[in-house]
Design a protein around this ligand. Structure first.
Ligand SMILES: Cc1cc2nc3c(=O)[nH]c(=O)nc-3n(C[C@H](O)[C@H](O)[C@H](O)COP(=O)(O)OP(=O)(O)OC[C@H]3O[C@@H](n4cnc5c(N)ncnc54)[C@H](O)[C@@H]3O)c2cc1C
Length: 417
């Protein structure tokens, strides 16, 4: 590890959304912020943090389904990194570029204008998420392009008399609900291949409650136990290579005929496929012996958020790209960033043998927001009732609390370890 006066300790955070930006915030708080009552400016510490993201801002994904049906709200979902003044600290660099390769000691990137860089590191936090097909995923690199793309999808939705959502995971459920709540006169269908929506780790009673809400309270036509075996015309995600980057692939099509496994056919003016991608597309860019720490749910990490490989104690991962939980959540991503940042800070301040902190593992949890007036929450085995759940529902779908949480509201305060 570099620790001389000339060469700073180099920490790279690859990915700057819930997990990555929160990690940078806590690296700042424990390594760069000035402790109270201490005259010494710890910014003099010999540390350099580089955050890499292809975008120039944070996206509040939680609100993206409503952002597609309500563009004025959607436009608020992107917060430029330049709004966080502490990110301009001289010991922090934001590098806007796409990560093309991660090796044991460096990251290769390419900017939108084609400029290549190799960024060496002593520690890295991999927080690249799992990627989602557009329009849920976003290829946009800037806020203005993001707003343009949201609006294009909104225009498609607005002119369609019928919209079908394929895939009844939480995202598909929320999208179908937002579509029907914002456009009550449209025919909105949700087609899902299993008998109930969401993952089977949640209670059937909870999943059935969601079906009831969608059908009876909102008016979505829910088609369960029906796999789409043919879609004409196909959308680009159906034709894409498994390792293609999903955010750049449009999973929508116009004037579609769907053939279901039972032989039933359905037509829709507009179809949006909400099919999970997991992290397969990221595997090729991580040039490490991934076999040893990659499983079906993502990069296998230890409770310390180091990758589960004795050789790479300086490599951490957090957020959706990890195997931490089958249910990928922003709160868990932020928590992982926090623990990874604290552990790297310990190593930086106390040396390689420092005792590291284990993150807690939390019970599976899901909150499903179905339009403004319907929601459901299961935590562990417990299904929460409406009144108890309501205290966690905000009109802005958690936008302000997440934007504040990752550090846009003021400068992070010093945090001891
Ligand atoms: C519609 C929807 C609703 C949701 N609802 C909830 C909810 O109610 N509650 C909840 O807790 N969670 C919810 N989630 C899940 C939550 O959004 C994710 O768990 C969270 O985004 C994970 O954060 P992350 O930082 O790991 O990954 P991401 O947020 O995906 O961030 C990854 C970052 O890496 C960058 N990146 C990726 N690849 C590259 C590359 N090659 N080069 C450079 N940069 C790259 C991206 O630009 C991005 O900034 C929802 C998700 C969606 C889509």
């Amino acid at each position: 590890m570099s620790n001389s006066a000339q060469i700073p300790i180099r920490i790279v955070v690859a990915g700057g959304n819930y997990a990555g930006l929160n990690a940078v915030k806590y690296l700042y708080a424990s390594l760069l912020a000035t402790p109270p009552n201490e005259p010494v400016n710890t910014a003099a510490r010999n540390i350099h943090i580089t955050m890499i993201d292809r975008r120039d801002g944070f996206i509040h994904y939680i609100g993206i389904t409503r952002g597609l049906t309500e563009p004025d709200y959607g436009a608020q979902l992107w917060t430029p990194y330049s709004d966080a003044s502490w990110l301009k600290h001289p010991s922090i660099t934001f590098h806007q570029a796409t990560v093309t390769e991660i090796t044991a000691n460096s990251v290769a990137t390419i900017t939108a204008s084609g400029e290549l860089s190799i960024i060496p590191f002593d520690y890295i936090i991999i927080a690249l998420g799992e990627g989602r097909f557009a329009p849920i995923g976003m290829s946009s690199l800037t806020k203005s392009d993001f707003i343009t793309r949201l609006d294009l999808t909104y225009q498609k939705i607005a002119v369609a008399d019928s919209v079908a959502v394929i895939g009844g995971g939480a995202v598909g459920v929320e999208l179908a609900a937002d579509l029907k709540c914002d456009f009550p006169t449209k025919q909105v269908s949700l087609v899902h291949s299993r008998a109930l929506p969401l993952q089977a780790i949640f209670k059937d009673e909870f999943r059935q409650g969601i079906v009831n809400t969608l059908c009876n309270s909102i008016g979505v036509d829910v088609v369960l136990g029906e796999r789409v075996i043919q879609q004409t015309p196909a959308s680009n995600d159906m034709l894409a290579a498994p390792d293609a980057e999903p955010d750049f692939i449009d999973a929508t099509s116009d004037n579609v005929k769907l053939t279901l496994a039972s032989g039933r056919t359905m037509c829709a003016d507009y179809v949006i496929r909400c099919i999970g991608t997991r992290s397969k597309h990221l595997t090729p860019l991580i040039n490490l012996p991934l076999g040893s720490f990659l499983d079906a749910d993502g990069i296998r990490v230890k409770d310390t958020y180091q990758v589960d490989c004795a050789e790479y104690t300086h490599i951490y991962a957090c957020g959706d790209i990890t195997n931490i939980s089958e249910v990928k959540l922003a709160g868990g991503a932020m928590y992982g960033g926090y623990i990874a940042a604290r552990n790297i800070s310990r190593c930086v301040l106390r040396g390689e043998g420092a005792e590291l902190e284990d993150g807690e593992r939390f019970p599976s949890k899901i909150m499903v927001l179905m339009g403004r007036n319907h929601f459901a929450l299961q935590v562990g085995d417990e299904i929460w009732d409406t009144e108890r759940t309501r205290q966690y529902i905000t009109e802005d779908m958690g936008l302000k609390s997440c934007v504040d949480g990752v550090g846009f509201n003021g400068t992070p305060e010093y945090m001891g370890l």
